[in-house]
Design a binder for this molecule. Structure first.
Ligand code: PMP
Ligand code: GLU
Length: 398
């Protein structure tokens, strides 16, 4: 019997996590897979952050349920961070700490969407946005940027997609999966289009803020009139190499913060107490390790750009942030190797997993079926080896 709900049946499995699981399975069977599928720093959590957690455990003071929205001192530190680093004014009572930015975003959709409400999703988008919107019974409306424009959808496209049912707009900058970064001018253009629709909530996912190789990071919430309707999402996974600790947060208008608190009060009771103390140590401590990691990503970006450009049929743009490349690989669609036929980029990713032993993620999961995503959060040696193996496998296709 399959008595699953329509709700769960309406969403696919997370493609990033599914590909990571497949790579893990192959590794367990003894195949040496180079994993470039999961967007996860390959660095260790910095020492002072680990020490924050160890001290919290040893103090014996952090074993009870924490406040649902996060410890007051952590929310105060986040509020100060928003003000200091981003020019965003969110008071501590407008902050909600969650089990990763993933839960932060899910909370917001659950809090604001009614069945049929539309959410404009700037595309390519991070894999879980559409599934989360569907789970909240909303309708994703994809507004697509193309590689010619660095995958950045424009304000005019957003304007054309707005209907009376539009309830929210979501995007990430720096963007997962494209690495594109919206400039202040881009954000001003979006704000102009949204200005007369105060009922539209803006969800600005800034989790890659600290991995930005270009100009200063910009937040749409700093543009006139936007802060009262903008939810700014951020977290510790990427900038502080803390994916497994699961700490993310929002700064939000009071009514959304309250609802997110209510939501997670029923679902999870909030975020792990010890992980929150580690997060506080991250905010209070040195940013040097973060800067070092960002430097390493920038160096790898140059390396990978050069190598990917040499692969015939790969159309590659230069990402400005995050740690992904998102080449257009449509050149390979329709090609084959013996019995293996490449009908989709998904087929191509499976071929590269099995033949080149490199795991990647199909662009389809991010709203662009002509591209694939390669995470370069890996060592130089692995990156060089992976791309060499991919090149050999791709040359077999004709
Ligand atoms: N937003 C984006 C754009 C992401 O790439 C990720 C993946 N880590 C998340 C949110 C969620 O991050 P986490 O739940 O690890 O904080
Ligand atoms: N956000 C990362 C990625 O896009 C981690 C996986 C996930 O959370 O889905 O690969």
């Amino acid at each position: 019997m399959n008595a699953l709900s329509n709700r769960i049946k309406s969403i696919p499995e997370s493609a990033t996590l599914a590909m990571a699981a497949k790579a893990r399975e192959m590794k367990e069977k003894g195949v040496e897979v180079i994993s470039l599928s999961l967007g996860e720093p390959d660095f260790k959590t910095p020492k002072h952050i680990k020490e924050g957690a160890i001290e919290a455990i040893n103090s014996g003071n952090y074993f009870a349920y924490p406040p649902v929205n996060g410890y007051p001192d952590l929310r105060k530190a986040i509020s100060e961070k928003f003000d200091r680093d981003n020019g965003l004014k969110y008071g501590p009572d407008q902050i909600v700490v969650s089990n990763g930015a993933k839960q932060s975003i899910a909370n917001v959709f659950m809090a604001i969407l009614n069945p049929g409400d539309e959410v404009i999703v700037l595309t390519p988008y991070w894999v879980s946005y559409s599934a989360m919107i569907l789970l909240a019974e909303g309708k994703p409306v994809f507004v697509r940027g193309t590689i010619e424009n660095d995958f950045k959808a424009t304000a005019a496209q957003v304007q054309a997609a707005i209907t009376e049912k539009t309830k929210a707009i979501i995007f990430s900058s720096p963007c997962n999966p494209t690495g594109s970064v919206f400039t202040r001018d881009d954000l001003v253009d979006f704000a102009e289009v949204l200005k007369n629709r105060e009922d539209i909530t803006i969800i600005s996912d800034e989790i890659y803020e600290l991995i930005n190789f270009g100009d200063k990071h910009e937040s749409i919430g700093t543009i006139d009139g936007m802060i009262d309707r903008t939810v700014t999402v951020n977290g510790f996974s990427k900038g502080f190499a803390m994916t497994g600790w699961r700490v993310g947060y929002i700064g939000a208008p009071q009514w959304i913060a309250k609802a997110a608190n209510k939501m997670q009060g029923q679902y999870t009771s909030g975020n792990c107490s010890i992980a929150q103390r580690a997060a506080l140590a991250a905010l209070n401590g040195s940013m040097e390790p973060t800067k070092e990691m960002a430097k390493a990503y920038e160096h790898r970006r140059e390396l990978v750009y050069k190598l990917l450009k040499e692969i015939p049929g790969f159309e590659v743009n230069m990402p400005q942030g995050a740690f992904y490349f998102f080449p257009n690989v449509s050149h390979y669609i329709g090609k084959s190797y013996g019995e293996i036929k490449i009908n989709t980029v998904n087929d191509l990713c499976m071929f590269l997993l099995e033949d080149a032993h490199v795991s990647l993620v199909t662009g389809e999961a991010f709203g662009d079926p002509e591209c694939l995503r390669l995470s370069y959060a890996a060592s130089d040696e692995d990156l060089k080896k992976a791309i060499a193996q991919m090149t050999v496998s791709l040359a077999k296709l004709s």
